[in-house]
Write a protein that binds this ligand. Structure first.
Ligand code: ARG
Length: 583
């Protein structure tokens, strides 16, 4: 389908050619929705340098030349040189009609599809996922779904922390527990890790065994690797359980943990040394990417081989970025990792640039995020002071959401069948997931946010459950209409009332909102859009009778209701949130 913006852009193009000649053709008219008009163009300002006209004069000339009689009721120049467009109702009705016939709902496919690697979730083995991992998992998954929806090839990478010195103590502890108990002992991973750590700290004997075990592991000793594998498999099983329950699209095959890069570490260091990028410093091998100064202006190193010859997190990340660019063929590499790792990642990108691996148009981006805080404003902790386990958090969400949907279920109007117990449980789960994900996604992601069940589960305000209920109410109207034998198919849409116009224009902005997320990697932009749409819809519904309207208006309004439901469901889907039919 063609969008309003495309139609208008073409007219601006012709107007510019008329006023200034063909050189300015193709300039972006910078159309924005505005409170003062349906759309506002800032083109006269943006072309000021090239046209030599002051923006107000330029705007007047362009507005004068704009062939828009069939599209606009009014075109006027305002402020310092904006061009305000008031669209004709017939034009809006036309395009919104096309939207209804478009299975993509106006979400254009990317002009240049890319291979995009998204590194997200990436927890550490033998430690259970906790609330701190929630953000990477939820944000990364929403981005993966959204980029895929516009036609990019998304390669998910779960950069699991599955290698390193902690495995010495973990394996020795596993051996101490003996064959058979193993599976049971590993089931509570946090407890398993804690017990191993306690022995390591308390017993020099055990610590020594652990150190020897690390050497065996790194040397590729087969029985040791087998034990290591058991720990890894067990951890992956618990991660998978969380992903399934949370509705996360990360699969087993997306696991690309640190251990995957073992054989690439030495060659990576060699290549960087050969290229003159890595140098010896205090017995270690380091890269000093320019521009990173620590205390007293001393350059900050990226240590790629430690004094003892071992490789660390940075080496693995360098091998991984090289693999993502060269082997996976990515032109966009996205790291959904907490804000504290910003400097580490920037140093990795810089090194990859200098090594000639990261070459434009390829680019690497850090999708940073803040912390999840408890209602006391401190890092989210359980009552016993430990980090909160995700599984327990999810269970609590289900329980609380069940109470909520039960309450709503009791308030049903006449002719509205209550939900069965099974339907209630399913709805409650969907609500819980929506509450958790939406609270995470709707906030500006670099800021911290407070984890508050009361706020997240509220059915009014900018929350996931609010949007789900808005969608379910739409679906219920459509069911009623169907029960009355009304057709919802291909109605001719008219936009007469201002509320109808506002709703139509909101629906038509869906594609733009999705592409905003693709460009900015900020899912909250889609949340804001969906919330605005739902609010615009509720004003429409309050002002414009639907089922009680005259047949022509009724058919048109039902079509708008149906479109709203589709956009809400599709938009929530991109965020990884379900939109139940009834709740
Ligand atoms: N496992 C790491 C952590 O828990 C996150 C890994 C992020 N990805 C990466 N390529 N460094 O902090």
């Amino acid at each position: 389908m063609t969008t309003i913006q495309q139609v208008l852009a073409e007219r601006f193009d012709r107007a510019l050619a008329k006023v200034y000649g063909p050189e300015l053709a193709g300039a972006d008219p910078l159309l924005r929705r505005s409170d003062h008009a349906d759309f506002q163009s800032n083109i006269a300002l943006s072309l000021k340098k090239r046209t030599g006209d002051n923006p107000r004069d330029g705007a007047a000339k362009i507005a004068q030349a704009l062939d828009s009689a069939d599209l606009c009721d009014r075109v006027e120049v305002s402020g310092p040189g904006f061009i305000n467009l008031h669209l004709k109702a017939s034009f809006v009705a036309d395009v919104v009609g096309q939207l209804g016939a478009d299975p993509r709902l106006g979400v254009a496919l990317a002009a240049r599809p890319e291979t995009v690697v998204i590194d997200y979730s990436s927890p550490n083995i033998a430690k259970e996922l906790h609330a701190g991992h929630l953000r990477s998992t939820v944000i990364g998954d929403a981005l993966a779904r959204t980029l895929e929806a516009v036609g990019h090839r998304v390669v998910r990478q779960n950069h699991l922390g599955d290698w390193g010195t902690p495995f010495g103590m973990l394996i020795e502890h596993l051996l101490d527990l003996g064959e058979g108990v193993g599976d049971k002992g590993v089931a509570d991973l946090n407890e398993f890790y804690r017990a191993a750590r306690e022995k390591f700290d308390g017993s020099p004997d055990f610590a020594e065994r652990a150190r020897r075990r690390v050497v065996l592991l790194q040397g590729g000793d087969a029985p040791t690797l087998e034990l290591w594998q058991r720990l890894v498999d067990e951890s992956k099983r618990t991660f998978r359980a969380v992903y399934d329950r949370l509705g996360i699209t990360m699969r087993d095959g997306d696991a690309a943990g640190e251990s995957l890069f073992n054989s690439r570490l030495e060659p990576t260091v060699r290549e960087l040394t050969d290229k003159g990028l890595a140098v010896e410093s205090e017995g270690a091998i380091c890269v000093f990417p320019p521009g990173f100064k620590g205390k007293e202006g001393k350059p900050v190193p990226l240590i790629i081989r430690k004094q003892d010859g071992g490789y660390g997190y940075a080496t693995t990340d360098l091998a991984a970025i090289r693999y993502r660019l060269h082997d996976l063929g990515a032109t966009r590499v996205i790291y959904v990792v907490g804000a504290p790792q910003a400097q580490h990642l920037t140093m990795v990108y810089k090194t990859a640039e200098l090594a000639g691996w990261l070459v434009p148009p390829a680019r690497a981006e850090h999708v940073a995020f803040g912390s999840v805080l408890g209602e006391d404003g401190k890092m989210l902790k359980s009552r016993t002071g430990e980090s909160v386990k995700l599984m327990e958090l999810l269970q609590e969400g289900d329980d609380r959401a069940l109470a909520l949907v039960r309450e709503k279920n009791a308030e049903r109007g006449e002719g509205d069948e209550p939900l069965s117990e099974g339907e209630l449980a399913a709805a409650a789960h969907a609500v819980a997931i929506a509450a958790i994900k939406y609270a995470d996604l709707s906030a500006d992601r670099v800021k911290d946010y407070v984890f508050s069940w009361a706020r997240m589960l509220a059915t009014i305000g900018n929350t996931g459950p609010y949007l789900q209920y808005a969608h379910a109410r739409n679906r219920s109207i459509l069911r009623k209409a169907a029960a009355q034998g009304l057709s919802l198919e291909a109605a001719h849409i008219t936009v007469e009332a201002p509320e109808e116009r506002a709703l139509a224009l909101a629906l038509l902005s869906f594609g733009g909102a999705v592409h905003d997320v693709v460009a900015s990697l900020e899912p909250h932009r889609l949340c804001t859009y969906l919330y605005d749409l739902a609010s615009t819809y509720s004003t429409f519904y309050a002002k414009c009778p639907v089922l009680k309207a005259e047949p022509a208006a009724r058919a048109s309004r039902l079509a708008l209701v149906a479109l709203t439901a589709r956009v809400l469901a599709q938009g929530l889907g991109l965020l990884g949130i379900e939109a139940p039919e009834r709740m």
